[in-house]
Design a protein around this ligand. Structure first.
Ligand SMILES: [Fe+2]
Ligand SMILES: [Fe+2]
Length: 188
């Protein structure tokens, strides 16, 4: 049986949390100036992943769930505020992801990038991404699960953008194979 939209969103969040952990340890090493210990190409790949599936598929999927919800249910004031924050955070995360990725693209192509600035931007990305995941797991997803009925979810299913995760889906795309192997070894 295929997974429900909510199960898929939870799975995506788990995958992102694992990547953020790896990113965080790389950032800590970069901060201590342990350049040799950090594979910048790998950091670039992680950010490349975030700019792809999470940014282009995962966030629009969440926004589709919110759209369907808003069309079919009344919204409390508190939740309206939370919705607005989710949308604003998606836009901010998109900008931050692009910015860090551009810096890493330059750094991995031997263009001088101030190390402190890169560390600062990575830190900002990690903190905001974690806050965002926590808020969705704590406030949004339980609320949707409690409130939406089968008809709502059928509607979500027909509208959700369909795409396969290039790293955690059934087929791992070549560019992410090494990173995926590394994550698997870290977990066990
Ligand atoms: Fe989100
Ligand atoms: Fe999310």
């Amino acid at each position: 049986m295929s997974k429900s939209p909510l199960e898929e969103i939870h799975d995506d969040h788990r995958h992102m949390a694992v990547l953020l952990e790896l990113l965080s340890s790389d950032m800590a090493a970069l901060r201590e100036d342990l350049e040799g210990a950090v594979d910048l190409e790998r950091v670039r790949q992680i950010m490349d992943y975030f700019s792809g599936y999470p940014d282009r598929i995962h966030h629009p999927r969440e926004e589709t769930m919110l759209e369907v919800f808003l069309e079919r249910h009344a919204l409390s004031e508190a939740m309206e505020d939370t919705w607005k924050r989710v949308r604003a955070q998606h836009a901010t995360l998109h900008q931050l992801t692009r910015g860090v990725l551009e810096m890493l693209d330059a750094a991995t192509h031997d263009v001088a990038v101030p190390r402190e600035h890169l560390v600062e931007c990575l830190q900002d990305f990690i903190v905001r991404q974690r806050e965002h995941l926590d808020m969705e797991e704590r406030e949004i997803l339980p609320y949707l699960e409690k409130t939406m009925d089968d008809g709502d979810w059928r509607e979500v299913n027909t509208r959700m953008p369909n795409s396969v995760d290039p790293m955690f889906g059934e087929q791992i795309e070549t560019e992410y194979r090494e990173l995926y192997r590394l994550l698997k070894n870290r977990k066990t």
